[in-house]
Design a protein around this ligand. Structure first.
Ligand SMILES: NC(=O)c1ccc[n+]([C@@H]2O[C@H](COP(=O)([O-])OP(=O)(O)OC[C@H]3O[C@@H](n4cnc5c(N)ncnc54)[C@H](O)[C@@H]3O)[C@@H](O)[C@H]2O)c1
Length: 251
């Protein structure tokens, strides 16, 4: 088991990709703290794992609220005495519309969750990881940052936030490398999940034809990349973005 007794904090944990990451991490022996803004789906997650508090703790959290993030992470560190892995996965994608119709509030909301949320979580785990002289931070970006977004996707605010995640990843990798902490990103292509269920099924055939591997992504494809980046096997990789998109884009 490659994550035996590693303490992993995963945000957006009750979503499509988040729950696949949790499943994979638990199988690999991790102790998972699953955070999400959706308290109902967190309850279902607990039931799925038979309320096993030794392997899964759930916390209701809005990652765009710095005070909440700080107090949640402080409590985790107090309880587990360490934090080995942060998976910055929480995100949201507004319905795509003409970018001139996107109001300023929506722009801020998307940036607050998708970019500031990832920064806040990294900011709050970093002091403990620095003390430990080890840690893994994995930030969810999106293939949108390379191709500018697909029809039906989150549009200008979403794509901009996910490009920002790449800058965040690289700058944190530089700042934290000296302490043995790696910071990497994953850029999934269109992937089946609640986030994409309103538009992906209608576009799946067309999209699949433009993907060299001939299909769109499944949450477990992303979970496998997260596991690799969180594991010892990736200990000399930092500041990178893994494109998990079947070849839709090439870096
Ligand atoms: N599905 C795709 O095609 C795709 C492609 C590229 C990138 N991504 C990224 O992957 C990540 C996971 O997406 P998904 O496809 O599983 O979507 P999803 O909607 O199934 O999951 C996202 C989760 O984030 C949670 N969340 C939203 N706002 C939050 C907040 N303020 N605080 C805490 N939690 C919050 C939601 O409740 C949800 O459980 C996201 O960052 C997304 O942008 C997804």
């Amino acid at each position: 088991m490659s994550l035996h007794e590693q303490v992993a904090f995963v945000t957006g944990a009750s979503g499509g990709i988040g729950s696949a990451i949790i499943e994979r991490f638990i199988l690999e022996g991790a102790i998972v703290i699953a955070a999400d803004i959706d308290a109902n789906r967190l309850k279902q997650l607990k039931i799925k794992y038979n309320n096993r508090n030794d392997i899964l703790t759930t916390v209701s959290l809005d990652v765009s609220n710095y005070e909440q993030v700080k107090s949640t992470i402080d409590k985790i560190i107090e309880r587990f005495k360490k934090i080995d892995i942060l998976i910055n996965n929480a995100g949201f994608s507004p319905k795509k519309k003409n970018w001139l119709d996107c109001d300023i509030e929506e722009w801020h909301n998307v940036l607050n969750v998708n970019l500031s949320g990832e920064f806040y979580c990294a900011r709050c785990v970093a002091p403990q990881m620095i003390k430990q002289r080890s840690g893994r931070i994995v930030n969810l970006s999106s293939s949108a940052w390379r191709h500018g977004g697909v029809d039906g996707g989150g549009g200008v605010p979403y794509t901009s936030s996910k490009a920002g995640v790449i800058g965040l990843t690289r700058s944190l990798a530089k700042a934290l490398g000296i302490y043995g902490i790696t910071v990497n990103a994953i850029a999934p292509g269109p992937t089946h999940s609640p986030m994409t269920e309103s538009w992906l099924p209608q576009q799946e055939d067309n999209l699949s034809n433009s993907i060299p591997l001939g299909r769109v992504g499944e949450p477990k494809d992303i979970a496998n990349a997260a596991l690799f980046l969180a594991s010892d096997q990736a200990s000399f990789i930092t500041g990178q973005c893994i494109d998990v998109n079947g070849g839709l884009t090439f870096s």
